[in-house]
Every structure is written in structure tokens, then in C-alpha cells.
Design a protein around this ligand. Structure first.
Ligand code: MN
Length: 198
């Protein structure tokens, strides 16, 4: 059971003008795919060859001899979660249970937006900003490099990739503009509600 590169859940040009098809060609077709290829090379002919991606991540997280496998496997998982966190004509006010919980746990949608941006911009260097559920409450956290909430028993709801490769072709160094564009126009609240209900 090899790890596979899932197809994007939308057409390559569907997120324009906020994320270009050129960015997706590289980000999905090159970066995400490279993590898949590396993961498969690292599990080949080992006892990890036939376990799920989530179990590979759990197996490696506290093993300093398996850092390369952790990094690649977690990046495969994070990117798939990121594609699902985005959709054409997304963003804006959250619907359903997530919308109610955002008001309850952050006070308002506006405060949620402010804190999500702070997490995305406050991550020094490569990493991720996440809306998560922790101890029954929504929270915003950031992780460095490949690190992922699922390695720490924390349930992710949505994420934004803040590695430079996610935005450099479209926004150059403008991580703030990229983050704004995603929050306003692309966040997939249906996926967020599915994750909250899990
Ligand atoms: Mn990425």
C-alpha cells in the first residue's frame, strides 16, 4: 500500500485570481508529489510499508532516527488537508456549527480573522497556521516546518500553508496578502464543519 498523491479537489485554475494555476502546478505537482515520492522511498521494504499515513506519522514523531520520514509523511498529510481547506467561492462568514463555535470561542468572526492572521504571520520561517479543536474549544496554532497537530493528538479543522512555496509566485514576499486572500475568498467552511463533527 504505497502512499499516493491525491488529485486536487478542484480544477487547477479554480482558485484564481487568489492562487494561480502555476502555483498549483508546482505546489501540488512538484512539492506535494516530492513528499509522496520521498515517503514511499523511506518506507519501502520496511515494517512501515503497509500501514496508513497517519500511523506512519504517529510511529515517527518521537523517534529521532526517523526525522526524514516524519517530515515527508507529515508534509504529505498536511498538503492534502490544505487542499481540502480551500475551495472556489469559499471564505467569508462561516456557516453551521463552526460559525456558532467561532462566535462562542473567539467572541466574533472579526476576532477569529485577526487571530488567524496573527498565527499565519507570526510563524517565523516555514510552517503552517491551523484552526484546531483543543480541549473542546476552537484554537489557532502554528506549527514549524512539517509539524502537524495530528502528531500531538490535536484535531485540525482548517489550515493555511505558510511556506514560501505556497505564495511566492503569486505574492512574492507578501504573506499577509496571501493570508488575507485565503481567509476572505477560499476557506472551505464545509470541510471545517465535517472535521468539527468527526
Ligand atoms: Mn506547501
Amino acid at each position: 500500500m504505497a502512499v499516493i498523491l491525491p488529485a486536487l479537489p478542484f480544477e487547477k485554475n479554480a482558485l484564481e485570481p487568489y492562487i494561480s494555476s502555476l502555483t498549483l502546478e508546482y505546489h501540488h505537482g512538484k512539492h506535494h508529489n516530492t513528499y509522496v515520492v520521498n515517503t514511499n522511498n523511506l518506507i519501502k521494504e520496511t515494517e512501515l510499508e503497509n500501514i496508513s499515513l497517519e500511523n506512519i506519522i504517529a510511529h515517527c514523531v518521537n523517534d529521532s532516527t526517523k526525522t526524514a520520514l516524519f517530515n515527508n509523511a507529515a508534509q504529505v498529510w498536511n498538503h492534502t488537508f490544505y487542499w481540502n481547506s480551500l475551495k472556489p467561492n469559499g471564505g467569508g462568514l462561516p456557516n453551521g456549527a463552526v460559525g456558532e463555535k467561532i462566535d462562542a470561542d473567539f467572541g466574533s468572526y472579526e476576532n477569529f480573522v485577526k487571530l488567524f492572521k496573527e498565527a499565519a504571520l507570526g510563524q517565523f520561517g516555514s510552517g503552517w497556521a491551523w484552526l484546531v479543536v483543543e480541549n473542546g474549544k476552537l484554537n489557532l496554532v502554528k506549527t514549524t516546518n512539517a509539524d502537524t497537530p495530528i502528531a500531538h493528538g490535536i484535531k485540525p479543522i482548517l489550515c493555511i500553508d505558510v511556506w514560501e512555496h505556497a505564495y511566492y509566485l503569486d505574492y512574492k514576499n507578501g504573506r499577509a496578502d496571501y493570508t488575507d486572500a485565503i481567509i476572505k475568498n477560499l476557506l472551505n467552511w464545509d470541510f471545517a464543519n465535517e472535521n468539527l463533527a468527526r
